[in-house]
Design a protein. Structure first.
Lengths: 552, 55
């Protein structure tokens, strides 16, 4: 590439294919906005090699970490040690200006620490073997993506904010007449995908209702046995001239071409959905198990998502689940009806859902559509009629607060509709917010007292010890607030991650950072209090108006 | 690599991690060599254990 290089940026993405494709979306944006940058990528070879056709246009150089193969070939540990030493040394030849760790795993943190970059964004592992994060958007990932279901942003937007690219809406694309529908009825884990029997019902219903379409079933080699189960079915055999089994028969590059030639894509949360979006294909995702739709819905226009209303959704990989209730809460009947609307490019909204989907089946699900907000951030807009639950309100408020605090961005947001249940839960949480506010004010006071004491000619060590003990007590009390008010978890967790990353090399600097943190937290909790109070008041006013109208 | 070799490799890595912990205890901070050892141990866990499961 012939260009005058000004700075070298290094992306570290050593997680899976889906994460790598999402990282490509950020690289594409950075490449377009800052063509003079040298952009290099560190990725695992088993994930980067199949995506070479995408990576070669986005990155000046890809460093393939071929650890697995080297372990398999190794006869002793020293050869693995040599391989890692030489790999790190090769990357360090780059003279990296900025390295960005998008992986958030222990191994990526260690690797990031070993790179000689001038500035490091995202997590590193410090010399005390603790994770350090100094930029706010990576802190959001650590606090709210890794720990709970409250993250309000798509991962691509978070990555964009970490890098600092201008927030632009992706180019839109023309919808095609329905022709070839690509379906990927699998996911990386059992709990994220339906049984093949359910998919069979959807496929048959959609083929019957749309006689002009054909279907490509796509997937990887390790999913071929599941595809066989589908294609062995006698009813599916009846449609054999309209349904093609591509599972395990294509490279990812070939799959990308198939997706480019498809009019629509349907599947679970997986790499294939992200690839379909890169191929400008409208997507419909069926989210199950551990999937967080706000976070991982394919980033772009024309993305729909069917989400179960199951109380425990989304769960965590380490939680056991004997019956997969969320799988049964999304019925194949509702899904088939929504797929029919989707592939006919109909506007899926509250009215059309009520007209086309049986109310009984509709009650178990929520349907979302992608949109880009006034600030050009991806958002999942609920198109089904259900009023918001308490968790989604907390997520919305988190989004408003983070956007304003870290990027001074305000989005146009309408007052959400509440149910009686969500109203009660949020109303009860107000007391918890007030506790958090009071605790942060105490935190401010004690931190300030420490700073003042330290400024004296002969500071009292005993007094400083007492004050820091009180500060520790405040932090423990914050956690106790969560027991009766679990909805406030993302706010306390964000505070805890910030607290774990306080800047400062001595007691004075740390106390100053502590004071600033409590001050920020005080502003955050008072903003949360204001927003919650307004939402609750609006709900009461609307309810009163409706009651009066009903009386008249 | 045979199962036997792999078991030996894991034992060797365990020994190196123990040495890194001792170095940390003595010096009060991790040196780059120890960080590299911990990187190898965590990559082994992710590639050959169950550490790669994402959300």
């Amino acid at each position: 590439m012939d260009k005058k290089v000004t700075k070298t940026f290094c992306f570290i993405q050593i997680t899976r294919l889906g994460d790598l494709i999402q990282t490509c979306q950020v690289a594409k944006e950075l490449r377009a906005q800052r063509p003079e940058l040298r952009l290099v990528l560190v990725a695992r070879k088993q994930f980067a090699a199949p995506l070479e056709f995408l990576l070669k246009d986005l990155f000046d150089k890809v460093y393939n970490l071929d650890f697995k193969n080297n372990v398999n070939k190794a006869t002793e540990l020293s050869s693995i040690d040599q391989y890692i030493t030489s790999f790190v040394s090769d990357v360090n030849q780059e003279k990296i200006d900025v390295s960005i760790n998008f992986s958030y795993s222990k191994s990526s943190n260690y690797l990031h620490t070993l790179l000689d970059s001038r500035y490091k964004l995202g997590p590193i592992q410090n010399d005390q073997n603790q994770t350090d994060i100094f930029d706010p958007w990576s802190t959001i990932v650590q606090a709210n993506v890794m720990r709970g279901p409250f993250n309000p942003f798509n991962l691509v937007d978070i990555y964009k904010r970490v890098v600092g690219v201008d927030q632009l809406t992706p180019e839109t694309f023309e919808l095609k007449e329905k022709s070839i529908i690509s379906i990927h009825p699998f996911a990386s884990s059992e709990r994220k995908s339906w049984s093949i029997k359910k998919w069979k019902e959807v496929v048959i219903k959609v083929l019957r209702a749309n006689t002009e379409i054909s279907i490509n079933i796509v997937g990887a080699k390790n999913e071929a046995h599941l595809a066989k189960e589908l294609f062995d079915d006698p009813v599916i055999k009846f449609f054999e001239d309209r349904i093609k089994n591509l599972v395990g028969k294509t490279s990812i590059e070939e799959l990308f071409v198939y997706l480019q030639n498809s009019s629509h894509f349907l599947g679970h949360d997986s790499m294939t959905g992200h690839l379909a979006k890169l191929a400008n294909c409208p997507t419909l995702t069926v989210s199950l198990g551990t999937v967080r739709p706000q976070e991982t819905t394919p980033y772009g226009h024309h993305s729909y998502n069917i989400v179960p209303k199951t109380k425990c959704f989304p769960c965590f990989p380490d939680e056991t689940c004997p019956n997969y209730k969320c799988h049964s809460d999304i019925s194949y009947q509702a899904t088939s009806q929504i797929v029919n609307m989707f592939i006919n490019n109909e506007d899926i909204n509250e009215k059309s859902l009520a007209e086309n989907v049986n109310l009984f089946h509709l009650n178990g699900i929520e349907v979302f559509k992608s949109e880009f907000t006034s600030a050009n951030f991806f958002n999942l807009k609920q198109v089904s009629a259900n009023p918001s639950d308490a968790k989604s309100i907390i997520r919305l408020l988190l989004r408003i607060i983070y956007l304003y605090k870290f990027s001074e961005i305000e989005e146009d947001v309408k007052f959400p509709k509440l149910t009686q249940d969500s109203y009660s839960q949020l109303y009860a949480s107000l007391e918890g917010v007030q506790h958090l506010y009071e605790l942060s004010e105490f935190g401010k006071k004690y931190s300030k007292d420490v700073i003042l004491e330290l400024a004296k000619d002969s500071p009292s060590i005993n007094l400083i010890k007492k004050l820091t003990a009180k500060i520790d007590e405040i932090d423990k009390l914050q956690e106790m607030v969560l027991q009766p008010f679990p909805l406030l978890t993302p706010y306390v967790e964000f505070f805890q991650v910030m607290k774990g990353n306080l800047k400062g090399n001595n007691l004075v600097e740390l106390s100053e950072s502590n004071y600033i943190l409590y001050n920020d937290y005080s502003v955050l909790t008072s903003t949360l209090n204001d927003l919650l109070t307004k939402i609750l008041s609006e709900h009461k006013i609307n309810k009163k108006t409706l009651t009066n109208e009903a009386k008249e | 690599m045979s199962n036997q070799d792999f078991t030996k490799l894991i034992e060797d890595v365990d020994k190196m991690v123990t040495a890194a912990s001792e170095q940390f205890a003595n010096n009060g901070k991790l040196e780059n060599d120890s960080i590299k050892t911990l990187l190898i141990a965590s990559l082994l866990e992710e590639e050959f254990g169950n550490g790669q499961e994402s959300n």
